[in-house]
Design a binder for this molecule. Structure first.
Ligand code: B12
Ligand code: SF4
Length: 512
């Protein structure tokens, strides 16, 4: 069969590399994009080929892979199935409109969607968008080939949610894949796109022009932070590929010339033994690339950091989240401030070039003093970079359920929205106050950085300076202080809209 695999992305997280920065020629017909590759479809394409299917991939960051081009390709090539892949609620409107357009042009070609948001909202999506025929819940490696073999018998495909006449049918859940070593490595060559290592920001923050890709070595996370839907997506399990399988892929990437790899694992740092095997393998094989990953502060085996550094790990991102234990506990983060300090200082002591801290502000019960404490904490830590985002809530997270129980969110009407907690939760400071505090906090942090650690700040700016124009570096530095333009803005819950409220009724709830 012929299958179109289309990745629909959020325009906020990709940009064409400006011509003046493009110092090497990618080759005929290829473009350069600052952003992450679409690892979901890159993973599924070779699996489908192994089953004898023909696959064509599209990624909407490519100027020639927009809705009209995909529709034209559908008309010309008449695929048997169109599979749309997307990550989050912010892209759902674009997916819907693409599905509607494709369905209009070719009503008989089935459209299946998958990815994180689709997994959590399968029945809702089918109820909402008639152009989408079915949803694949969870991992696609086994589900998609099964679906293609049983187009005439969708009821037999575990994990499929489909329409039987007017009725939405949810088949039995497909078990999680037991052996992640059984699949071929992702296809990183068929898309005519070279991805550039950059920060996912709307300023062209290019880190290097090295050949860049992402990789996933494990899936899931056993923790249960209230704002995260990984536990529900991965059903609370952490599964991993063997170190040999991972090293095989790394060797291939190395031989293909990749010099920068970002591990998109939810929690790469969970298992010391495995980290050690992978790192030793990288060192023994003399693999040339630099790599980065994310993980929890409590899992960093201190004895692994020197090995990670030796194995060319140059970037580590920690979910720090807050500078007070009270807020960490409210988020069910299950980590202490001491652990954060220890992990960050050890990472720097052992020479990891860039250590990043993810923080959230505007959490339930957080006061202005708490926010300030987070910025002070960040200033004290030896972090190289940091981001302070207002806490958001997505369907599938424990916090979403709490909001349903508290009557803040109406699941039936709000399922496809995303919210900033400060816009909707009376126990959170207003967005205006959170933003005002953030401005002040950033000012404090920048001042401490520039005057307290001038050499490190200079070195960091030099990394950016290598590939960015001065004006863009200034824009980057200024970016925390200005409003971002989002493709899909956060919403308000149906109940607030009904009552004509732009702010939750905070009267009875103190946030100071
Ligand atoms: C890397 C990443 C990013 C990268 C982008 C990656 C890219 N390709 O461009 C960046 C940093 C840009 C990013 C941005 C955002 N992200 Co993000 N991201 C991730 C992360 C960590 C890994 C994704 C990944 O590479 N997975 C590896 C591949 C192999 O998995 P996959 O794509 O899911 O594909 C598998 C299955 O889903 C399935 N599948 C995929 N497509 C299809 C299609 C069909 C038809 C079928 C049957 C199956 C199928 O099969 C694949 C193999 O098993 C995930 C966490 C996670 N574990 O998924 C969060 C995650 C997806 N992101 C999330 C969020 C919230 C966002 C943002 C909205 C953040 C923000 N506030 O701005 C934005 C917007 C994203 C968007 N709409 O494009 C949430 C989604 C929550 C939700 N319910 O909406 C997640 C789950 C993180 C979390 N902790 O909650 N993200
Ligand atoms: S935020 Fe990180 S540690 Fe918490 S549940 Fe999600 S993946 Fe796990």
């Amino acid at each position: 069969m012929k299958v179109f695999l289309v990745y629909v992305r959020d325009e906020n997280f990709c940009r064409l590399l400006p011509k003046e920065m493009d110092r090497s020629n990618s080759g005929k017909g290829r473009i350069k994009v600052m952003g992450f590759p679409p690892l979901g479809i890159q993973t599924l394409a070779p699996v489908l080929r192994q089953h004898g299917h023909r696959v064509r991939m599209f990624d909407t960051c490519h100027p020639q892979m927009q809705a009209e081009h995909i529709a034209q390709a559908v008309a010309e090539e008449r695929p048997d199935v169109i599979a749309l892949s997307f990550l989050s609620t912010t892209t759902y409107p674009a997916v819907k409109s693409l599905a509607q357009r494709l369905k209009l042009g070719a009503p008989q070609i089935p459209i299946i969607v998958g990815g994180a948001f689709a997994t959590i909202n399968s029945d809702r999506i089918l109820g909402d968008c008639p152009a989408i025929d079915c949803v694949g819940v969870g991992e696609g490696e086994e589900l998609l080939p099964d679906y293609l073999s049983n187009l005439a018998d969708p009821g037999s495909v575990a994990g499929l949610v489909w329409r039987n006449g007017g009725e939405i049918v949810e088949n039995v859940l497909r078990p999680l894949i037991g052996d992640l070593n059984q699949f071929p490595y992702p296809d990183r060559t068929s898309l005519p796109i070279d991805f550039i290592e950059s920060l996912p920001l709307d300023v062209p923050a290019v880190l290097s022009l090295d050949k860049f890709c992402t990789m996933q070595t494990s899936r899931g996370c056993p923790y249960a932070c209230i704002y995260c839907d990984i536990p529900s997506l991965a059903r609370g399990k952490w599964r991993y590929r063997s170190s040999e399988h991972v090293l095989g892929e790394m060797q291939q990437l190395n031989d293909m010339g990749y010099r920068s790899i970002y591990l998109t694992d939810d929690h790469f740092l969970l298992n010391r033994k495995r980290i050690s095997e992978v790192c030793r393998g990288i060192i023994e094989r003399r693999l040339q690339f630099q790599w980065g990953c994310e993980g929890r502060v409590d899992a960093v085996a201190v004895d692994q950091l020197p090995l990670m550094k030796k194995a060319n790990c140059n970037f580590l991102a920690f979910g720090v989240e807050a500078g007070t234990q009270k807020v960490l506990d409210r988020l069910n983060k299950k980590q202490t401030l001491k652990q954060v300090e220890h992990a960050v200082s050890e990472a720097k002591r052992h020479g990891i070039a860039r250590v990043h801290g993810f923080f959230v502000i505007g959490s339930p019960g957080e006061t202005e003093e708490d926010i300030l404490a987070s910025f002070r904490f960040a200033a004290r830590l030896k972090l190289d970079t940091f981001g302070f985002n207002r806490l958001c809530v997505y369907r599938g997270t424990p916090l979403w359920q709490e909001y349903i129980d508290r009557g803040v969110i109406d699941d039936a009407r709000d399922w496809d929205k995303w919210f900033k907690c400060s816009d909707i939760d009376p126990s959170v400071l207003s967005s205006e106050r959170v933003n005002r505090r953030r401005m002040k906090g950033y000012a404090l942090l920048f001042a401490r950085r520039i005057f307290g650690r001038p050499i490190r700040t200079y070195k960091l700016l030099r990394i950016f300076g290598r590939h960015m124009k001065k004006s863009d570096i200034l824009k980057l530095l200024w970016s925390p202080f200005r409003r971002r333009t989002l493709t899909r803005k956060p919403d308000l819950p149906a109940r607030m809209i009904e009552l004509g409220l732009e702010e939750p009724e905070r009267g009875a709830v103190s946030t100071m």
